[in-house]
Design a protein around this ligand. Sequence first.
Ligand code: GDP
Ligand code: GDP
Length: 439
Amino acid sequence: MKQMKKPTVAIVGRPNVGKSTIFNRIVGERISIVEDVSGVTRDRIYSPADWLNYEFNLIDTGGIDIGDEPLLEQIRAQAEIAIDEADVIIFLTNGRDGVTDADEQVARMLYKTKKPIVLAVNKVDNPEMKEMIYDFYSLGFGEPYPISGSHGLGLGDLLDAVAESFKEMDLEEEDEDTIRFCLIGRPNVGKSSLVNALLGEDRVIVSDIAGTTTDAIDSVKEVDGQLFKIIDTAGMRKKGKVYENMEKYSVLRALKAIDRSDVVLIVLNAEEGIREQDKRVAGYAEEAGKGVLFVVNKWDTLEKDDKTMNKFIDDIRDQFRFLDYAPILFVSAKTKQRVHTLFSNIQMISENHALRIQSSVLNEVIEDAVARNPAPADKGKRLRIYYATQVAVKPPTFVVFVNEPSLMHFSYERFLQNRLREAFGFEGTPIRLITRARS
Ligand code: GDP
Ligand code: GDP
């Protein structure tokens, strides 16, 4: 069976036209599971979004700061990122200012791509102002869509136009039984070296599917009859562009790669330990419901005694509390030590990630857990669990039907999750529990 790929939409435009306002409007208030730890949802520039039946990922290129470069260079780099990373581009302008030189600069950049572009004129705050849009035909992108970010006007028509262009795209991924994974980590932790060590001599490069982001270069490898696809991330293939070393850009690439993966390898450098950025992308992997494997690379560089490995494990468990289910491997891309164990671990995690539990077995485990440790009463009321059922895989997601969902406390939910893990393993994959009232 084929899987569908989520298209990516980017918002471009000169500063102050309202990109981040529109981004936030479209993305809406998304509830983040690990908000406190990950920090991804604070100044975010990349987020899942949806419109009608369409799901996509949205990028606010304005959030990618290109350091001290002059304004024109910034705008140029942001437009380039949109062209490289998006399947559809929303070109945002400001109706109150009319067409400016900087808008024309953006337009000139966008003429270079064949990707669909939807032109929006923001700050059209009331219907009388609609005449402001006529100027914008001169940019050469057809009909301009009047919108107002602050009042939430016109966004429906704009998103209809965006969704219309999805229909013409080929959004098919490879076969579902190919395991997709990516390597995430700061520059120089050894991601490229690990990929080379994993692929060995028979490295196969495959281009992305036509019609979508043609820029990504993924690699495929068969190990013992199982196909693996390594999703390309920033830093693995230098193109010599100004924005390549910007942290926001590499985070963006990492988040995109995570979205396309079943399993995420969080690569840490044994010499340097754990940094804040590692936690942020790891938090995103958890939020996105992906399998996770910690890979501590450059293990060859340490003077080790019998405590070194345990100390590292304690550190990781302490810093990534929300990923207590993720296995930890210590490897060296240089000496190839334990590199061969990566594929079998990725496969194991991917199988757990897609695991389906029979309802009868699931309910036995839940009943047994409840019998041993009933939910505590709350103001005289006690949570009663009637039955549970698995509603999804990738990650395994369970609905628990109860008398009164508000009686399901975090700690009790955690207890049930732990019982499910004890019973079924689920090593390396998050699991989700949803509590519903039995109707
Ligand atoms: P960005 O630099 O393109 O991301 O722009 P921002 O989203 O930060 O918006 C720049 C300014 O324009 C802010 O003060 C916003 O409040 C304001 N703004 C955004 N959308 C609208 C709108 O539809 N109407 C009006 N009047 N102001 C807006
Ligand atoms: P990336 O930026 O994460 O892709 O990192 P690279 O793969 O380019 O590696 C950065 C540097 O670390 C290079 O000089 C590698 O040779 C070195 N390196 C990578 N893996 C190892 C390792 O396991 N041991 C040692 N000693 N050096 C390594």
